[in-house]
Every structure is written in structure tokens, then in C-alpha cells.
Design a protein around this ligand. Structure first.
Ligand code: C2E
Ligand code: MG
Ligand code: MG
Ligand code: MG
Length: 291
């Protein structure tokens, strides 16, 4: 968009505060209807183990195609929805879809785990663990095939409330991962006290690790810290071979990123998994899924 202001050409479109507020208001007020109208769906991004590259699971990522705005980025609408009472509806929608997906994989003889992102609000809901236990039972999915990803800041927002809920989820046998690790503060002290199984290195460090020594140092320290606490370490945002090779060399356990695959709609994920099974069966006479 081009505009002229006082004879000077202004390039690019900068929405005003009013426009941002209005759009945010529309997103929040229209979200529940969007769920009912089928505008919201779940995509899945594969995670592969290092160094063998087996597919160990997928992360469920919500998608919204709005009739007027088109694709809306979750980084925009999730925080807006989180600020309202609607986040429970978002979480249960994604959880339901994800568990249904895992159930159908189980029916096909495939054990695949799914990770669902949790908002800070869910960690303030005292009944949350019970709702999750019900959902697992309803879908007939063992708890160990479900992972919840929680950001440090979500836990830090109210650790007194979040910790018991995390404890209950963990006791159910669900895996817990700290998402976007390295971006918050006071991480080290708290990581030791959280009932978590995994740390996910934030993609901002992974993007930079092949060119920036500082980022490389952060990644390396998170891998070492995670391992010394007995946690599995996942790197998100793996976009190129050199980062993947470096992560593998430093002993990082799992990689996720565009190099392996973008988040995919269900049918495309199925095709991706099939292509992979076929390839590894043909090449190596085995049926594991490999990169
Ligand atoms: P996240 O949980 O940290 O998810 C990883 C994000 O990084 C995803 O963005 C994914 O598409 C993106 N990503 C993965 N690999 C690469 C890569 O190699 N390069 C680049 N450039 N990006 C990569 P997405 O799907 O836009 O989601 C953004 C955030 O929105 C998520 O960050 C998560 O915090 C939130 N979110 C997404 N789905 C849900 C949900 O169902 N519930 C909640 N509460 N939050 C969600
Ligand atoms: Mg995540
Ligand atoms: Mg993340
Ligand atoms: Mg994030």
C-alpha cells in the first residue's frame, strides 16, 4: 500500500492502534463461532530423533483461516484468545483433534506421540488435569503418548497455581516439555523444580547457531544443562543441514523444523509419513520411519 502524507510518499501499511485493537476485538469475539464453522483446524509438525532420524512424534499447531482476514497467525490470535475465557475452548478443541489423530494411528498399528501447547490459563484451572484424564479415556489413548508444551513464562506467571497442576498431569503419565527455553528468565533455578521431561530450545537460538557463536554457546549450554538434569532436549526451528549436524554432534536428542517438515494438514502429514515409510522399507528392509 502506498500513501502520501504532506507530499511525502509513505511506503508500507502501518495499522493504527485503533485498527489493531479493532482486529483483536473481532478475533476474540469471532473465535467461538470460528470453531463451530470449521475455520479452525490443527496442523502437525513432525519431530525426529537424532542421530537415527526416526519420527518420534508430532506437535499440534492450531490454524485459523478467517473469512475476511485470511490466515491469521497463531502468534496473533492465541494471545488474544488467551486473554479471554475462551482459551479452554481452544485447548479442548486442539486436544480432541490431536487425541483422535493418535487413536487412528494406534488403530493402524502406529505408536506416535502428539504434543499440545498449553496456555497459561489452563495452568490456572484446577480441574484441568481431570479434564485431560477424561479426554484420554474417551479417546482410548495412553497418557504416555501425550506431551504438553508449556512456556517458562506461563509457569512463572503463577508458579503456586501452575506447579500442582503440572504435578497432576505428570502423575497421569503425560510428558511435559518447557517450550521456547532460553527466552524467559530465572529458567535455571526453576527448571530443576518443575516436573518436566523435556526442554525445547527456542528457535531464535537455533536459527543463529551456524553463524553466531553466542547462539551456538546458548544452544550448547541448554543441551548440557538439560542432559545434566536428566531431560530430553529438543531443538525447534532446525532449517539447515549445518545446524542439524551441529545439534547431532552435541548430543541433542530431537530435531523439529522446516528442514524436516513444515507443519502439515492431516492429509499431507499422512502422505509425508507414508512416503517416508516406503522409502525406509525399500532402502533398508525395515519399517521404521526415517529421514
Ligand atoms: P511454538 O509452540 O513454539 O511452536 C513452534 C512454532 O515455530 C510454530 O509456529 C512452527 O510453525 C514454527 N516453526 C517450526 N519450525 C520452524 C522453522 O524451521 N522455521 C521457522 N521459521 N518456524 C518454525 P506457529 O504454528 O505459527 O505457532 C506459533 C506459536 O503459537 C506456537 O509456538 C505456540 O506458542 C502458539 N500455538 C500454536 N498452536 C497453539 C495451540 O494449539 N494452543 C496454544 N495455547 N498455543 C498455540
Ligand atoms: Mg510448542
Ligand atoms: Mg517453541
Ligand atoms: Mg513460541
Amino acid at each position: 500500500v502506498r500513501a502520501t502524507r504532506g507530499g511525502e510518499e509513505v511506503r508500507g501499511y502501518v495499522p493504527s492502534m485503533g485498527q489493531i485493537f479493532l482486529r483483536r476485538f473481532q478475533l476474540v469475539t469471532q473465535f467461538r463461532q470460528a470453531l463451530e464453522d470449521g475455520q479452525v483446524s490443527v496442523h502437525y509438525q513432525p519431530k525426529v530423533s537424532l542421530p537415527d532420524k526416526n519420527v518420534v512424534g508430532v506437535e499440534a499447531l492450531v490454524r485459523w483461516v478467517h473469512p475476511e482476514f485470511g490466515r491469521v497467525n497463531p502468534d496473533e490470535f492465541v494471545p488474544a484468545v488467551e486473554a479471554t475465557g475462551l482459551v479452554g475452548a481452544l485447548t479442548s478443541f486442539v486436544l480432541d483433534q490431536a487425541l483422535d489423530r493418535v487413536r487412528r494411528w494406534l488403530d493402524e498399528g502406529l505408536e506416535m506421540s502428539v504434543a499440545v501447547n498449553l496456555s497459561v490459563r489452563s495452568l490456572a484451572d484446577e480441574d484441568f488435569a481431570e479434564q485431560v484424564a477424561d479426554a484420554l479415556a474417551r479417546h482410548g489413548v495412553p497418557a504416555r503418548l501425550l506431551t504438553f508444551e508449556i512456556t517458562e513464562s506461563a509457569v512463572m506467571a503463577d508458579p503456586q497455581r501452575a506447579l500442582p497442576i503440572l504435578g497432576e498431569l505428570h502423575d497421569l503419565g503425560i510428558e511435559l516439555a518447557v517450550d521456547d527455553f532460553g527466552t524467559g528468565y530465572s529458567s535455571l533455578a526453576y527448571l530443576r523444580r518443575l516436573p518436566v521431561d523435556q526442554v525445547k530450545i527456542d528457535k531464535s537460538f537455533v536459527f543463529g547457531m551456524s553463524t553466531d557463536l553466542g547462539d551456538l554457546a546458548v544452544v550448547r549450554s541448554i543441551v548440557e544443562l538439560g542432559h545434566s538434569l536428566g531431560l530430553s532436549v529438543v531443538a525447534e526451528g532446525v532449517e539447515d543441514d549445518s545446524s542439524r549436524d551441529q545439534l547431532e554432534a552435541m548430543g541433542c536428542d530431537v530435531a523439529q523444523g522446516y528442514l524436516i517438515s513444515r507443519p502439515l494438514a492431516e492429509d499431507r502429514l499422512e502422505a509425508w509419513l507414508l512416503a517416508r515409510t516406503a522409502r525406509s522399507a525399500g532402502n533398508r528392509d525395515e519399517t521404521v520411519l526415517t529421514l
